[in-house]
Design a protein around this ligand. Structure first.
Ligand code: GLA
Length: 398
């Protein structure tokens, strides 16, 4: 080879190497760090934390799986049965593996997974991107990611919630992908729920790493806590999409701290925000009132709509707000929310929602299960009680 053509060849090689890190193909493979195909709609299920905290055992998990089936909730889509913190012994075994707590999970997690699977449900588990979980009762997975991911896969785990307590101070953007890779290596599709509480704006990077990401600190069973989580989560609406969802934390519906109307607001906002619908009460003893809320098929359908676009606040006036977001078939989900202490009249204006004012819609009230008689052009007004909401689907009339 002549010197000039050798130089040209070397230059080409160099250029190829330099551009390969930014070419579309490599960007695609980076985006698919978590290519597990899960979460095309927000996950639905149950978790032990909000009601049971650390007081969990295998009988409770099995009875909950039974109850999800017997109440009909499983059929509505609530399929993940998620064991939260406190399921493991405080020390790993001599091979470094996590050990299910002998006193509370004597049969082991695999047996539980088999049981849950036999009911047509899926089993979720919890770990932490630190040295200990938040309860400090069990080890975290930091430094043991591959081993733990293999253990979870060998047990038949379908969902991993990955918390952020007691870590080494490094960034979640560095720590969480280690578990993503470990999960991918197992070849088992495991839904990956990042739980770093919104610390480093996971909405901005979560899609490459997990199927959902907490955007807030822990919810508690009060109106103030619930609406503030809804507000914080709404800021990130543009980042939710099929395969990756903003997570304002698990549901408190049925735990007793809010009124029925407040729980309806809670469930409606979570649904329209395309949040995971993870029940947090004791479904073994669920009340009729709680069932009326979490088993509302029309509201669930908004959450599970295939378009997967999170609703936003489109107008805020004093104590009231209008939330809206698009659905498939040119429909729009609308929420009229009264955060104040008095009955008030709320108007959704088409121009706020981003639709032509001359368009006519019919409106379906998702809590009354009625299609309203009048057709609406330009706006829709309704009265809403204190700490309550109305939720509609608008369908265009052509
Ligand atoms: C953190 C999480 C909670 C729960 C607890 C368990 O606080 O944010 O959702 O998992 O840990 O200890």
């Amino acid at each position: 080879m002549e010197l000039t053509s050798a130089l040209a060849w070397l230059t080409t090689c160099l250029l190829l190497t330099l551009t390969s890190s930014t070419d579309p193909q490599s960007l695609i493979s980076r985006r698919n760090l978590l290519g597990n195909g899960l979460g095309s709609t927000p996950p639905m299920g149950w978790s032990s934390w909000n009601y049971f905290n650390c007081k969990i055992d295998e009988a409770t998990i099995k009875q909950t799986a039974d109850a999800l089936v017997s109440t009909g909730l499983a059929k509505l889509g609530y399929k993940y049965v998620n064991i939260d913190d406190c399921w493991a012994e405080s020390s790993r075994d001599d091979k470094g593996a996590l050990v299910p707590k002998r006193t509370t999970f004597p049969s082991g997690i695999k047996v539980l997974a088999d049981y849950v699977h036999s009911k047509g449900l899926k089993l979720g588990i919890y770990s932490d991107a630190g040295f200990y979980t938040c309860s400090k009762e069990q080890p975290g997975s930091l430094g043991h990611e591959e081993q733990d991911a293999q253990t979870f896969a060998s047990w038949g785990i379908d969902f991993l919630k990955y918390d952020n307590c007691n870590n080494d101070g490094s960034r979640p953007t560095l720590r969480y992908p280690v578990m993503t890779r470990a999960l991918m290596k197992t070849k088992r599709p495991i839904f990956f729920n990042l739980c770093e509480w919104g610390d480093m704006h996971p909405a901005l990077w979560g899609y490459t790493v997990g199927n959902s990401w907490r955007t807030t600190n822990d919810i508690s069973d009060t109106w103030e806590s619930m609406v503030s989580r809804a507000d914080q989560n709404e800021v990130y609406a543009d980042f939710a999409r099929p395969g990756g969802w903003n997570d304002p934390d698990m549901l408190e519906v049925g735990n007793g701290g809010m009124t029925k109307n407040e729980y309806i607001v809670h469930f409606s906002i979570w649904a329209i925000s395309k949040s995971p619908l993870v029940i947090g009460c004791d479904v073994r003893n669920i009340s009729k009132e709680t069932m009326e809320i979490i088993a509302n098929k029309e509201v669930i359908a908004v959450n599970q709509d295939k378009l997967g676009v999170q609703a936003k606040k489109v107008r805020m006036e004093g104590d009231w707000e209008v939330w809206a977001g698009p659905l498939t078939h040119d429909r729009i989900a609308v929420l009229l929310l009264n955060r104040g202490a008095w009955l008030t009249s709320i108007t959704a204006h088409w121009e706020d929602i981003g639709i032509a004012p001359a368009t006519t819609f019919k409106a379906r009230d998702l809590w009354k299960h009625k299609t309203l008689k009048p057709r609406f052009t330009g706006n829709l007004t309704d009265s809403v009680e204190a700490h309550a909401c109305k939720m509609f689907i608008l369908s265009p009339v052509y």
